[in-house]
Design a protein around this ligand. Structure first.
Ligand SMILES: Nc1ncnc2c1ncn2[C@@H]1O[C@H](COP(=O)(O)OP(=O)(O)O)[C@@H](O)[C@H]1O
Ligand SMILES: [Mg+2]
Length: 257
């Protein structure tokens, strides 16, 4: 397994309500390149909040404060000279509910790369759209209807479109917040296959409430409890030999749900 560190989270703390409510407590975590890291833990333990720290999306929430460092490829993304816009183009995000733009399938992929000056319209843009859709195995299904609305696709296809849209910007890291929780088992399987393929090129951090999914596709698993990182290890170790009582209980309760 590749053991290159892609990102280091250092003493990360997070509060909402202008500091009145602390949600994350001194999180330290190394994220490995070209691996899938799954964040697990009970609802409300801070998984989504942590994910939003990685692309500085929490700054869009008024009253949210973040202290600590997240070093990606050697640079702290919270340094004063780093803009949150630059961070958000480098760190892609996919949400629980598929959220395609109200645009054509083609423009869902092409829109951001054009805005950021990565491609102009024409052949280069067509190639980027095709390549991005191929990476999520959607190309064959949509190549004859690229002008149709992204929202006309099924839920699972919309989610793959959203993943394709994220990778069209060639992000350093891909964040996914419960990307299959709104999908049926077949669509879930397609997304899991896409994730396994994408980790060859990208570093993926995903929140999942489905422990069987974490076991199937994650290389590493981080278990959170009330804002603390309790246990972080290879997926194999966490599932077969959890060290902390709280991890053991959570896995025992949740595994067959
Ligand atoms: N925008 C917000 N303002 C205030 N509290 C929030 C906000 N977002 C989340 N929280 C609270 O922070 C805690 C952690 O939430 P979240 O990160 O969404 O947890 P998880 O993703 O693990 O379910 C919860 O108690 C939640 O109610
Ligand atoms: Mg969440």
């Amino acid at each position: 397994m590749n053991n290159r560190i892609k990102a280091s989270i250092r003493d990360l703390n997070l509060w909402y309500d202008e500091g009145a409510k602390q949600i994350l407590y001194s999180i330290d975590m190394d994220i490995y390149a070209n691996q899938v890291t799954a964040l697990i833990g009970a609802s409300g333990c801070g998984k989504s909040s942590l994910l939003r720290c990685l692309n500085r999306m929490n700054e869009l929430i008024s009253g949210c404060k973040v202290r600590g460092e997240i070093v990606i490829d050697g640079k702290n993304i919270y340094d004063k000279d780093v803009s949150e816009v630059a961070v958000r183009t480098k760190i892609g995000m996919v949400f629980q509910k598929p959220n395609p733009f109200p645009k054509s399938i083609y423009d869902n992929i092409a829109h951001a790369p054009k805005i950021h000056g990565r491609v102009k319209r024409g052949l280069m843009c067509d190639k980027l759209v095709e390549e991005s859709l191929r990476r999520v195995s959607l190309w064959e299904d949509v190549k004859d209807k690229l002008k149709e609305m992204g929202t006309s696709l099924s839920g699972g296809e919309q989610q793959r479109l959203c993943i394709a849209r994220a990778i069209a910007l060639r992000p350093d890291i891909l964040l996914m917040d419960e990307p299959t929780s709104a999908l049926d088992p077949i669509s879930t399987q397609h997304i899991e296959e896409a994730i396994m393929e994408l980790k060859k090129s990208y570093t993926i951090i995903m929140v999942t409430h489905n422990l069987q999914q974490a076991k199937r596709i994650a290389d590493r698993v981080a278990f959170f409890h009330k804002g603390d990182l309790i246990e972080y290890n290879t997926s194999h170790e966490v599932f077969t030999n959890p060290q902390d009582r709280r991890t053991r209980e959570f896995i025992k309760d949740k595994y067959n749900q």
